[in-house]
Design a binder for this molecule. Structure first.
Ligand code: PXP
Length: 239
């Protein structure tokens, strides 16, 4: 069975927020992604609200036809908001204000009590919970212990590997993590840093239910859309 694709539209909001204007709207981008075949829409509502805004999540909750996955920090405020908005799934991620993007997986083993509490509250509220973790056996076991239904394996180290040898080693870690997660009865998703060039070997491993991909799809969308966008403006300049 093919893996599902969750499209992360955060970067559409990044461009909008660069001008604090109303375009491009991540809600429109999400609808187009769904029309093109996305199985789900992911947004990360960060504490500093640097790209996605609360307004986006609330509207997406009404407009997304597939599944809405909300990435967020495991804080009381965010859990309260998620329980109110009711995304289909919450993916808990670590968050530091100064990072460019989510840099590492959640340390579930270290923050077991807090994460267990938040997973319990979200699940009681009818929301499916996934934990974004490094491909590490301890983290997978801890994720199972705190009651998560899914894990999302962090593929960042695999994607960032500079040599073929390092990449092969990181791929083995991802493969072992997928196997371990499934053995524990967890649903296994994967994401971060995946591109059109590096996703093939991960897909070939099998066992991943859904890939969450943002930056590479948005980057390509800007380039494949460039010609038409410029042509349309050139038309408007004609007298
Ligand atoms: N999964 C998680 C948990 C993330 O935090 C991100 C980045 O927002 C992604 C997937 C998507 O990563 P990328 O934008 O590199 O495809």
């Amino acid at each position: 069975m093919s893996a599902k694709l969750g499209v992360n539209v955060d970067h559409v909001a990044t461009i909008r927020q660069a001008r604090r204007t109303t375009e491009p709207d991540p809600v429109t981008a999400a609808a187009l992604a769904e029309l093109a075949g996305a199985d789900g829409i992911t947004v990360h509502l960060r504490e500093d609200r640097r790209h996605i805004q609360e307004r986006d999540v609330r509207i997406l909750r009404q407009t997304v036809q597939t599944r809405l996955n909300l990435e967020m920090a495991a804080t009381d405020d965010m859990v309260e908001l998620a329980l109110e908005i009711q995304p289909d799934c919450v993916t808990l991620v670590p968050e530091r204000r100064e990072e460019l993007t989510t840099e590492g997986g959640l340390d579930v083993a270290l923050h077991r009590q807090l994460i267990k509490k938040q997973v319990g509250l979200l699940r009681q509220g009818g929301i499916c919970v996934s934990l974004f973790v490094d491909p590490d056996l301890d983290q997978l076991k801890s994720s199972h212990r705190v009651g998560a239904e899914y894990v999302e394996i962090h593929t960042g180290s695999y994607c960032a590997a500079k040599t073929a040898g390092d990449r092969a080693n990181e791929l083995i870690k991802v493969e072992n993590a997928i196997r371990a997660g499934k053995k524990l009865g967890l649903g296994v998703n994967a994401g971060h840093g995946l591109t059109y060039q590096n996703i093939g070997p991960v897909v070939a491993l099998g066992g991943v239910e859904e890939f969450n991909i943002g930056h590479s799809i948005m980057s390509r969308a800007i380039l494949v859309g460039m010609e038409r966008a410029v042509r349309e403006m050139v038309e408007l300049l004609k007298r």
